[in-house]
Design a protein around this ligand. Structure first.
Ligand SMILES: O=C(O)CCC(=O)C(=O)O
Length: 346
């Protein structure tokens, strides 16, 4: 057997759901007894890739730390199209606010009497096909299959940003808490560089193993939580994070723009066993995938696309028009330090 075959087999071994790998691991509580001074960012960045599946080592690092950094993962032509699309999303959101329209997909907070835009939800119906091209790319779907198995479901799509000059804080939180029988994760795609002091994401490595009282952390430590890392991301880099990883980003003033697209994935098996959505909702979400693969193929003629290997039962029947904004009537509970623990989901 040659080396290529062996590595392929190792990767397949890593693709089985975590339940069959003997998860959940013993719960270790995160040490937040002390509030810490700054520690420099680690760098577990991994440079590029051959077939866009994660290696067993990368998957182990993700399971251990709750995140994985993938450097230079998005090709420059796709990155440029995403940056252009993002300009349009923000401009449409700001214009609609100026004329008094209420559209909950464009989110603002009030900072010192000023409306500050920080988020766009449900990217695929916002007039920029590049969000589907990104979803259908081997760069994203290789990660999705590596961690969720072949029946992965794209469950959320949003862009969060620190606006030029005025970046709203995202307080410490866990996106969703769940029994950890399967992996649920966000793929964070960086459209701009994010540096410490400029609104870079902070994470608490290893905090994904249990539900954490984020209010307690915030009250006692503010932003200075032991073990947290500032993730130095460059445009085109990816951070994959477990939805239970404690993370957040401090407010900024006078900085440049920092935009991150968040695509969340869950295994279909996980949703059907644990909720909070039903089969009809899963099917609607899966209908995005043929559209996404087609958008990728159109924008990248001659490039090998992603070979989608979902079980036939999870392949949507052909349909004349799929819904592009597949909304969530409910969310999985997360851990947030806000009234009612209500998530602003990624
Ligand atoms: O991009 C950021 O600063 C954090 C966004 C985030 O964690 C969220 O919206 O859940």
């Amino acid at each position: 057997m040659d080396g290529v075959d062996l590595s392929y087999k190792l990767r397949l071994a890593a693709l089985v759901p975590r339940r069959r790998l003997g998860y959940p691991q013993p719960v270790e509580s995160v040490s937040v007894a002390r509030c810490a001074q700054l520690s420099p960012a680690d760098d577990v960045g991994t440079s590029v890739v051959h077939d866009h599946y994660l290696t067993p080592e990368q998957i182990n690092a993700f399971d251990d730390q709750g995140f994985l950094v993938l450097r230079h993962w998005i090709p420059s032509h796709l990155l440029e199209r995403l940056q252009e699309g993002a300009v349009d999303w923000v401009s449409v959101g700001k214009k609609s606010r100026q004329v008094g329209e209420v559209n909950e997909d464009y989110r603002f907070v009030n900072r010192d009497g000023r409306d500050v835009m920080y988020r766009v939800d449900y990217l695929h119906n916002k007039g920029q096909v590049v969000s589907l091209e990104l979803l259908g790319s081997p760069e994203i779907l290789g990660i999705a299959e590596s961690l969720a198995g072949k029946n992965f479901v794209p469950t959320y799509e949003a862009m969060v940003f620190k606006d030029t000059g005025n970046g709203a804080p995202i307080r410490w939180h866990q996106d969703a808490t769940h029994p950890r029988r399967y992996r649920i994760f966000n793929i964070d795609i960086y459209l701009d560089a994010a540096r410490p002091g400029q609104g870079a994401l902070r994470v608490v490595p290893g905090s994904q193993r249990t539900k954490v009282d984020v209010c307690e952390i915030e009250d006692r430590c503010g932003w200075e939580v032991p073990g947290r890392h500032f993730h130095l991301q460059g445009a085109g880099d990816i951070l994959v994070h477990d939805v239970m990883l404690v993370h957040g980003s401090a407010p900024t003033l006078g900085n440049s723009l920092r935009r991150t697209i968040y695509y969340e994935f869950r295994p279909a098996e996980q949703i059907l066993e644990e909720g909070p959505w039903d089969r009809a909702w899963v099917d609607k979400r899966l209908r995005l995938l043929p559209l996404a693969l087609e958008a990728y193929a159109r924008a990248n003629p001659g490039q090998a696309g992603f070979a989608w290997r979902a079980d036939p039962d999870f392949r949507p029947a052909p349909t004349s028009g799929a819904e592009l904004r597949v909304a969530h009537l409910v969310h999985s509970p997360g851990s947030y330090c806000s009234a009612g623990d209500v998530p602003t989901k990624t």
